[in-house]
Design a protein around this ligand. Structure first.
Ligand code: GUN
Ligand code: ZN
Length: 497
């Protein structure tokens, strides 16, 4: 890996970074969206992407130019930047994805890399093999060996300042994805797309998407800029960014517009089904659904593509702002509510607590507990780890949701989902969390797990838990030897209230 990427801010495994693209003479802020440009079908001109949407980077398919009578010579003569009238960074794909779907690959990596270089690409792609999900293990291994050979070949091609992608494959085998990530990071290539995830996303298999990404990232390490190849629906940006993806390419804005489909951050609507437009972009501010439907085909496609881009860029900005404030996981929770498969994706992300904790900042904006999943956030794990190290003074200690009690040597606060902590830490992150009065069982159970951690770390101390009517499932999480008092059954206030 060459050193082209700097991380500026982090939240969960997500980050705001800067990718230096020397051949374009620009630095791209990530997370970044790369609209897919198809020269044959383009509705929104690249120049408009730059002027209206602030696009800093886009992606097109080198192989389309390679095989096109209409565009090949123009691209070679003028270069992509002049052809597109676009001054940002241009990434090109090699066509391997299309070729894997539609036919045999008839170019090799040196030739297609050289061609991408010659049409002025800033970030090029070798010929990888996108092994689909659920492939047989032997096929995934065989394909991966070919992809790894292509990456090694790419290292040997002299491409000047052009950056080169190192796609990470391995189908749905986490160990292969991890090994592929480690191999890719060991090359001197620059950007690391996680490949062949399009079928997972098309089938709403978000949990497996998260597993594939986190496995790849275990191999790649935190310093690698990661591109989620073919991910363009704004609904999943927050989740993918929180899992550690930095770049996204979107063909969705255009493909969906062609089918009269209207993107929202909660999913996709059909224009025919809309009585109102739930968006304030210029297109939606200027049209009713009836007016949009009455537009001629080309014009309607253009307007829908622009709406789709507005929604997509707006969500990316929302994700970045949440990341800056440390509220990215809260945005992921909100987005997860849009579809049960997204809940699975979020739960899969929380399964990777180690992966999240390594990069999650130790202090940020107040923690909002907004669902049962909040109890599994990295902040809760980190607090439990900390309980192993916090000094306990005294032989009898009350851990309570209620008042201090002088009958004990010490009183600590007890707050779901975190568990116990010394009163002095009450105003520190994340223990100053905003928590609803009506909590789910998961929050009490997590707090009880915290008590268990503290009790394990301090075997000589007698702990008593003072709780307000905790559910039996949470009390079951307490270790033997911890006493309990149900404060909701006591008549008056404690002795020093
Ligand atoms: N576009 C979407 N997925 C892929 C992939 O796995 N490899 C390449 N080269 N392009 C893609
Ligand atoms: Zn709109």
């Amino acid at each position: 890996m060459r050193d082209r990427f700097e991380i500026r801010d982090q939240d969960a495994a997500g980050r705001i970074g800067e990718l230096e693209v020397p051949r374009a003479g620009v630095t791209v802020e990530t997370p970044a969206l790369l609209p897919v440009i198809n020269p044959h079908l383009q509705t929104v001109p690249p120049a408009e992407m730059e002027a209206e949407f602030g696009a800093e980077i886009l992606i097109t398919n080198g192989y389309i130019f390679y095989g096109s009578d209409e565009f090949r010579d123009r691209a070679l003569d003028e270069g992509l930047h002049d052809l597109f009238e676009f001054s940002g960074a241009i990434m090109t794909d090699s066509g391997s994805f299309q070729l894997a779907e539609y036919g045999d690959i008839d170019v090799d990596t040196p030739e297609i890399l050289q061609f991408q270089h010659d049409i002025g690409s800033d970030i090029a792609t070798p010929v990888d093999i996108p092994t689909p999900p659920d492939a047989a293990r032997e096929q995934a291994e065989r394909d991966l060996a070919v992809t790894q050979e292509a990456l090694e070949t790419a290292e040997g091609v002299d491409v000047g300042e052009m950056l080169v992608n190192a796609p990470v494959q391995g189908s749905t085998y986490p160990d292969l994805r991890e090994a592929a990530g480690a191999h890719a990071a060991g090359t001197d290539l620059d950007v690391f797309p996680v490949g062949a995830v399009v079928p997972l996303m098309n089938d709403y298999r978000y949990a497996e998407m998260v597993e594939v990404v986190t496995a790849a990232k275990r191999g790649l390490g935190p310093a690698a800029p990661v591109h989620l190849f073919g991910a363009g629906h704004p609904m999943m940006f927050a989740l993918a960014v929180a899992a550690g993806c930095d770049l996204f390419d979107s063909a969705a804005y255009a493909l969906y517009a062609r089918d009269d489909r209207y993107l929202t951050v909660r999913g996709t609507e059909h224009l025919a089904d809309l009585d109102y437009l739930p968006c304030s972009c210029p297109v939606c501010a200027d049209h009713t659904p009836t007016e949009l439907r009455a537009e001629p085909d080309d014009r309607r496609e253009y307007l829908l593509a622009r709406h789709n881009l507005h929604v997509t860029y707006a969500e990316l900005r929302r994700v970045k702002q949440a990341l800056r404030r440390g509220t990215l996981l809260e945005l992921v929770e909100q987005r997860a509510r849009a579809h049960p498969a997204m809940v699975d994706g979020y739960r899969a992300l929380l399964d990777e607590a180690d992966h999240l904790e390594r990069t999650d900042p130790t202090t940020k904006d107040a923690f909002f507990h907004v669902s049962a999943e909040s109890a599994r956030r990295p902040e809760v794990h980190r607090h439990h780890d900390r309980l192993d190290r916090l000094p306990v003074d005294g032989e009898t200690v009350l851990l309570t949701e209620g008042e201090n009690n002088r009958r004990f040597d010490a009183t600590w606060r007890l707050k779901p989902p975190f568990g116990p902590f010394p009163r002095a830490l009450s105003k520190t992150y994340p223990l100053n969390a905003e928590v609803p009065d009506r909590l789910e069982r998961a929050a009490y159970e997590a707090a009880a797990d915290g008590v268990a951690r503290l009790a394990e770390a301090n075997p000589g101390v007698a702990f008593t838990v003072g709780h307000f009517d905790w559910p039996p499932s949470a009390l079951d999480h307490l270790p033997d030897g911890v006493d309990t008092i149900d404060l909701s059954e006591e008549d008056g206030p404690g002795d020093d209230a």
